[in-house]
Design a protein around this ligand. Structure first.
Ligand code: G6P
Length: 489
C-alpha cells in the first residue's frame, strides 16, 4: 500500500491513552469492545495497514487476562496484524492524569465551551509521572534507535520530549486531536511552558486546521524563547526543529459488503423499531455525552422548530445516540442531568402517549448499529460548540451511498473547513439552527443529491490513509534530510 512505501521499512510505534480494543468481562465471558473515540476510529485502520506496536492504557475489566508476559496482545482479535501493548495505571494515576489534568484541565482549556478548567498540582504530578511511564514503555518497545513514534493527543504533551531525550534519532510525530486555543486562553494554565517544551520534542506537530497551527505558533511565541519561521511553519528550540503542520483527519471509506442492510431496509426497520410510520421524518445525532458537543443547543433548536412549524409536530423525531463518557466527573454528571431534563421538558410540551419528539439513547452502540441510524435518517445534526475535526460528520456522509440525507454542521468544527455543502450553522444561534433543520427536512431531493455527492467525493479522496500518508511522507523527507546533513557533519 501507499503507507508501506512511505514507511520504507521503518519501525512504527503509536502511543495513545485510549486503546483500540478493550476486553471486558461480561455475563457471556470475555467480550471485545470498540470504544467511542474519534481518535481510535481514525488511527486504527492506519495501524492495520502498517502493523507495528500500539502502546495504550489497559482499561478493560478483562484486559489483564488477555495479554502475554510483556503485556502484549495481538489485535484485531479476529485477524491480528499489529501488537497492542498495554500500560497499567493505578487508581490514583488514572484519577490525576486522565480524569484530572487531561479531562478537567486540558480538555476544557482547549475547547472553548465556557466550562472552566480545573488545575490541581496533584493532578499535574500524576500527569508528569504517567507521561514518563508511557515514554518508558515506548522506549522499551522500540527495537531500533530511530523508530517513527506517533504520539496521539492531549494526554501526552510531555512525552515527545521524554522520548527524544533517550532516542535522539527517533522521528516523533505528535498529533493533537482537539483544538488549540489562542495564547490568552492557553496562558491560564500554570504549566504552560512545560507543556509547550514537551510538545517541542516532536519532529512534526500536527493539528486539524491551519487555524490551530497559527494559535500554537502564537502561543509558543508568547511564552517561550524560540526561533519561529512563520513562512516555513517551523519552531527551533534548544537546537531542535519542530515542523508545525495541519493534517485534517478523516475516516476509512467503507467497503461495500453484502451483509450491510440497504438504505431502504434501514429506513423501514429503524422506524418500525421506534414505532413510527414509514414516512416519519428522522433526525440523528451521534456523540459522546460531552458538554462540547452542543447537545443542549441542538435540542433547543428542535424545540424551536416545532414551535415555529407546528405541522411537523408528530411528524419529526430527533434520535440522539449518546455514548456515556468520563461519567465520574461532576461536569459530565451535571451535563447529563441537564440534557435529560431538557428532553423531558420538550417531550412533555410537544409529545403525547405515543409520540416523543426527542429520543435519547444514552448507551454505547456498535459501529454497525450507528451505521443503520445514519442510513435511516433524513438529517444528521453535528452542533459542537468547538471540535477539532468531528468524524461523525464524515461517517454520516460515507454511510449515505444513496446520496440522500442532509448534514447540519457547526461552524466551530474542523470539518466545516472542508464540508462546504453541509448546512453550516452557529450552534449558539438557536433560531438559525431551527430554520436550518426545517430547511433540511424540506430540501428537494435533487439538492440533497448534489450536496451529498460533492461531500462524498471529498471524504472518499481525503480519507484516513491520506492523513497518515501525508504525515509519514513529511516525516520521511525530514529523515532523509537529517541523514544527509549528519553525513556532511
Ligand atoms: C476525543 C479525544 C480522544 C478520546 C476521545 C474519547 O476524541 O480527542 O483522545 O479518546 O475523545 O474520550 P475518552 O476520554 O473516552 O478516551
Amino acid at each position: 500500500t501507499l503507507l508501506h512505501e512511505e514507511l520504507a521499512g521503518d519501525e512504527i510505534i503509536v502511543v495513545s491513552n485510549r486503546e483500540p480494543y478493550m476486553h471486558a468481562r461480561t455475563g457471556k465471558g470475555i467480550e471485545v469492545q470498540r470504544p467511542a473515540s474519534g481518535l481510535v476510529t481514525a488511527v486504527e485502520p492506519v495501524m492495520r495497514a502498517c502493523s507495528g506496536t500500539w502502546v495504550a492504557h489497559g482499561s478493560g475489566s478483562a484486559d489483564r487476562d488477555t495479554v502475554d508476559r510483556n503485556d502484549r496482545v495481538p489485535v484485531p482479535p479476529t485477524n491480528p496484524s499489529y501488537t497492542l501493548r498495554r500500560v497499567w495505571l493505578t487508581k490514583e494515576e488514572e484519577q490525576g492524569y486522565y480524569y484530572g489534568f487531561a479531562n478537567e484541565g486540558l480538555w476544557p482549556l482547549c475547547h472553548i465551551a465556557h466550562v472552566r478548567p480545573v488545575f490541581r498540582s496533584s493532578d499535574w504530578e500524576q500527569y508528569v509521572e504517567v507521561n514518563q511511564r508511557f515514554a518508558d514503555a515506548v522506549i522499551k518497545e522500540a527495537r531500533t534507535d530511530d523508530p517513527v513514534v506517533l504520539v496521539q493527543d492531549y494526554h501526552f504533551a510531555l512525552l515527545p520530549r521524554m522520548v527524544r531525550e533517550v532516542l535522539p534519532k527517533a522521528t516523533i510525530i505528535t498529533f493533537w486531536h482537539i483544538p488549540w486555543p489562542n495564547p490568552e486562553s492557553f496562558g491560564i494554565c500554570p504549566w504552560r511552558e512545560e507543556l509547550l517544551e514537551g510538545l517541542l520534542g516532536s519532529t512534526i506537530l500536527g493539528f486539524h486546521t491551519p487555524f490551530h497551527c497559527k494559535n500554537f505558533l502564537e502561543t509558543v511565541d508568547r511564552y517561550l524563547e524560540t526561533r519561529i519561521e512563520h513562512e516555513a511553519s517551523t519552531i527551533s528550540y534548544g537546537g531542535k526543529l519542530t515542523q508545525v503542520e495541519s493534517y485534517p483527519i478523516s475516516i476509512a471509506w467503507p467497503e461495500s459488503s453484502p451483509e450491510r442492510p440497504s438504505v431502504a431496509d434501514c429506513r423501514a426497520q429503524i422506524r418500525q423499531e421506534l414505532g413510527l410510520s414509514a414516512d416519519h421524518l428522522l433526525g440523528i445525532g451521534v456523540d459522546r455525552l460531552d458538554y462540547t458537543k452542543g447537545i443542549v443547543e441542538r435540542f433547543q433548536a428542535v424545540e424551536r422548530m416545532l414551535e415555529m412549524y407546528p405541522a411537523l409536530v408528530g411528524r419529526f423525531t430527533m434520535v440522539q445516540i449518546a455514548a456515556p463518557t468520563r461519567s465520574s466527573l461532576d461536569e459530565y454528571q451535571n451535563f447529563e442531568a441537564r440534557v435529560r431534563s431538557l428532553v423531558q421538558r420538550i417531550n412533555n410540551r410537544f409529545g403525547n402517549g405515543s409520540y416523543q419528539p426527542v429520543i435519547l439513547k444514552a448507551e454505547h452502540h456498535s459501529s454497525e448499529q450507528v451505521d443503520r441510524y445514519y442510513r435511516a435518517a433524513d438529517v444528521c445534526l453535528v452542533t459542537s460548540l468547538h471540535d477539532g475535526m468531528n468524524l461523525v460528520a464524515k461517517e454520516f456522509i460515507a454511510s449515505r451511498d444513496d446520496e440522500r440525507g442532509v448534514l447540519i454542521l457547526s461552524q466551530f468544527t474542523g470539518a466545516a473547513r472542508e464540508l462546504h455543502e453541509a448546512l453550516i450553522i452557529n450552534p449558539y444561534h438557536i433560531e438559525q439552527g431551527a430554520e436550518s433543520l426545517y430547511r433540511a427536512l424540506t430540501m428537494p431531493e435533487i439538492e440533497q443529491r448534489e450536496r451529498m455527492r460533492s461531500m462524498r467525493s471529498l471524504v472518499r479522496d481525503f480519507n484516513i490513509y491520506r492523513w497518515a500518508g501525508r504525515m509519514l511522507l513529511d516525516a520521511a523527507r525530514l529523515r532523509q534530510r537529517e541523514r544527509i546533513s549528519s553525513k556532511i557533519r
